[in-house]
Design a protein around this ligand. Structure first.
Ligand SMILES: [Ca+2]
Length: 306
């Protein structure tokens, strides 16, 4: 649609009458809208093309029918504020840092994520559980004047879909997921999952990733007791959950293997279907740390380049 604004001296009524006359013989409904008192007319593109001479004879100002947005504020969730991301954005937003999210899969059609997910692999199929989408949003929800912002809103995510809809995965698939991340040169791996028992096989893959310089972040666990694996491995940053009061959440695993803590209570993030949801868990704490590391890595790369 084109919006035509005529000069106040232009014979607006005549222009309109003439247009109606031209169209009288055609079986079209009035394909325009008029704001007579301000000499404005909105006409469909086809009509404008067809009668361009008629319109332009009177030298109107022609504008496109642009889309205008409401002035909503983009929310910076409390966890993103808590970890001090806003201060760090002045120097870096995580641009170009490659992060693998080994999880239940990411909804790539979500408006906060679609430009941030750069690749991945599907090790399982079927219906997707929203967990991975929530974790992804905490790391990279885009700075786009709506919704929320993640900790490192310009980092690149890789969706390593390993967990089924019921939130479980096999140990061998997790090993494949880590191998994929190593082979595709990921810089950070987020693992918002865990198991109570030690695995030698998993320990070896984790060591291999660490030897390649990959930073691994994992949730400590939600059992209120000891930290689970992979968080508990020496090479992995194990993350416990705190609430807004800065205190360790009751559900958070703790003790040996908990390297640090991050927000994990009432965490607002993305959910399938362009929506948002608040969740609790150390699963939500780990991606805060992943985002922070992305900010640091991006900053370091920038400094090295200059
Ligand atoms: Ca946003």
């Amino acid at each position: 649609m084109k919006i035509l604004t005529f000069h106040h001296q232009a014979p607006f009524a005549d222009i309109l009458a003439e247009l109606k006359e031209k169209l009288a013989t055609r079986a079209v409904k009035q394909p325009w809208r008029c704001f007579d008192d301000v000499s404005c007319m909105c006409v469909r593109d086809e009509l404008f093309q067809m009668y361009q001479d008629h319109f332009l004879r009177h030298n109107p100002i022609v504008e496109e029918n642009v889309v205008v947005s409401v002035h909503t504020e983009e929310e910076v969730p409390w966890g993103v504020k808590y970890v001090g991301a806003e201060r760090m954005w002045k120097r870096s937003k995580g641009t170009g840092v490659k992060i693998a999210v080994i999880d239940t899969g990411i909804d790539r059609s979500h408006f906060e994520l679609r430009d941030r997910v750069k690749g991945g692999i599907e090790l399982v199929r079927g219906k997707r559980n929203g967990h991975g989408t929530h974790v992804a949003g905490i790391i990279v929800a885009e700075m786009n004047q709506r919704g929320i912002v993640g900790v490192s809103p310009e980092a690149d995510l890789y969706d390593v879909r390993t967990f089924r809809e019921d939130g479980t995965a096999t140990l061998s698939d997790i090993m494949r997921a880590l191998n994929w991340s190593i082979e595709h040169n990921m810089e950070i791996i987020n693992m918002s999952f865990g198991m109570p028992q030690y695995s030698e096989a998993l320990a070896r893959i984790v060591k291999k990733a660490a030897d390649r310089g990959i930073v691994m972040v994992a949730s400590a666990g939600n059992n209120g007791g000891t930290v689970e694996y992979p968080a508990r491995y020496r090479e992995v940053i194990g993350v416990g959950a705190v609430g807004q009061n800065g205190k360790l959440a009751e559900f958070s695993s703790r003790g040996k293997g908990m390297t640090t803590t991050a927000p994990g209570v009432d965490i607002l993030s993305t959910w399938p279907g362009n929506s948002f949801k608040k969740l609790n868990g150390t699963s939500m704490a780990a991606p805060h740390v992943t985002g922070l590391i992305a900010l640091r890595l991006a900053r370091r790369k920038k400094t090295a380049a200059s």
